[in-house]
Design a protein around this ligand. Structure first.
Ligand code: TRP
Length: 390
């Protein structure tokens, strides 16, 4: 997940970086593992860009042409980067009539850390963020991975369809493993396979993601195709839907991320937001211009303001001109706080009613379980394991 902004350090999840406990796996990283890797090759990216445009056009004609499955790991609260980059997009698809399922990938929390953390609170907070942002539980099913056992049964046949070498080559696995600063566990190595199970158990055919996730989606396609070739067609091949939303940086100018502590949380209050923006990095130039390569941190604030107000960042820069960073920051804090005011109020109300959040989750789990059971039945039938039906 990519995004930028500023946030309280206290929100970095505990145990993010291993400090060497008894259960830690031995460190066997090799020099090759330390090569920096980007999430996807240019060719993959170009293909996904073109496909995404076609799919958006298809959806305008028939919003039910695809089933969207998306997900997040419950590793901490969502921030402005999530909102601009993905949440707003999910809400848009839902409101256009596209069937949407959101998996809260709780087992996958332990791909890059030892302990799952306070899952119950984090899962509720995630549901609150989703609903506050506009996901409608009547239309969109939200469920925790762990609550749908049929999902994990897909893993065994799926694992038989990929080689260990293929998994080692996956650039996103490499990048995530490196970022975790831990030895590559078998769970991390097989991340694309369980992510394929998340998607395919609900018959997902469209996965809105950022560029870093493209290799995972590509492998989900490969798994679906190989399964179909071997056993007969059960799965559609899922496509990535690349967001056209800009990438938001953190307040320190690096990629916005929970673990960096540079985010602006959706749940932060207005004073915290203003303080974080005031402390955000800018550069020494007085005149504000929109020049992302040369002035990334200034461009980032302009991008955020632009995304939230539906305006061109370059025009906003022109208007501020010689007003300098202080005017830009005051504007950014105001626009963020105004844009999130309704969401934050709803979020507070929702968090005060955990019983309701649990109901939403249970309802989503029931719906996902029905879909996953159906899928599993078809998988077993295709493989000749339908011993008890007929
Ligand atoms: N890997 C995704 C991420 O890091 C999270 C995720 C887990 C996911 N399961 C998924 C995304 C299924 C889409 C579909 O952001």
């Amino acid at each position: 997940m990519t995004i930028p902004t500023v946030t309280a350090r206290a929100t970095a999840p505990p145990g993010t970086i291993s400090t060497g406990t008894a259960s830690r796996l031995p460190d066997t990283r090799t020099a090759a593992d330390t090569l920096a890797v980007d999430g996807a090759t240019d060719a993959t990216f170009r293909r996904a860009r073109q496909m995404s445009e076609r799919i958006e056009a298809d959806l305008r004609v028939d919003p039910t042409a695809y089933r969207v499955v998306t997900g997040d790991r419950p590793t901490g609260d969502l921030h402005l980067g999530h909102y601009i980059g993905t949440l707003a997009n999910r809400v848009r698809l839902q409101n256009a009539g596209v069937p949407v399922t959101v998996v809260i990938a709780d087992y996958q929390v332990i791909t890059d850390r030892e302990r799952p953390g306070p899952l119950r609170d984090r899962v509720r907070a995630l549901v609150a963020d989703y609903l506050a942002a506009g996901l409608d539980p009547q239309r969109t099913a939200i469920f925790p991975h762990s609550a749908v056992p049929a999902l994990n049964q897909l893993l065994l046949p799926f694992l038989s369809l990929v080689s260990v070498a293929e998994l080692h080559r996956n650039p996103t696995v490499k990048a995530e493993s490196l970022a975790s600063r831990r030895t590559l566990s078998a769970l991390m190595l097989t991340y694309p396979v369980h992510q394929a199970a998340d998607i395919l158990c609900c018959q997902g055919t469209l996965v809105p993601v950022g560029k870093d996730q493209l290799p995972h989606i590509e492998l989900a396609r490969v798994i679906a195709r190989r399964f179909n070739d071997r056993y007969g067609t059960v799965f559609g091949e899922p496509e990535a839907l690349l967001s056209s939303a800009p990438v938001v940086l953190g307040v320190d100018g690096a990629k916005m991320s929970k673990t960096r502590g540079n985010t602006i949380l959706l749940g932060a209050d207005e004073d915290q937001t203003t303080a974080a923006i005031r402390a955000a990095r800018t550069d020494g130039l007085r005149r504000i211009t929109f020049d992302p390569p040369a002035r990334p941190s200034v461009a980032n604030l302009l991008t955020i303001v632009g995304a939230l107000s539906g305006r061109e960042p370059a025009r906003i820069a022109d208007e501020i001109g010689d007003g300098g960073a202080s005017v830009l920051k005051a504007l950014a804090a105001e626009v963020i706080n105004e844009s999130l005011r309704g969401l934050r109020a709803r979020r507070r109300e929702l968090l005060a009613d955990p019983g309701y959040l649990d109901e939403v989750l249970l309802d989503g789990t029931v719906r996902a379980s029905v879909a996953a059971a159906e899928t599993l039945e078809r998988v077993r039938a295709a493989m000749g394991m339908d011993y008890f039906s007929g």
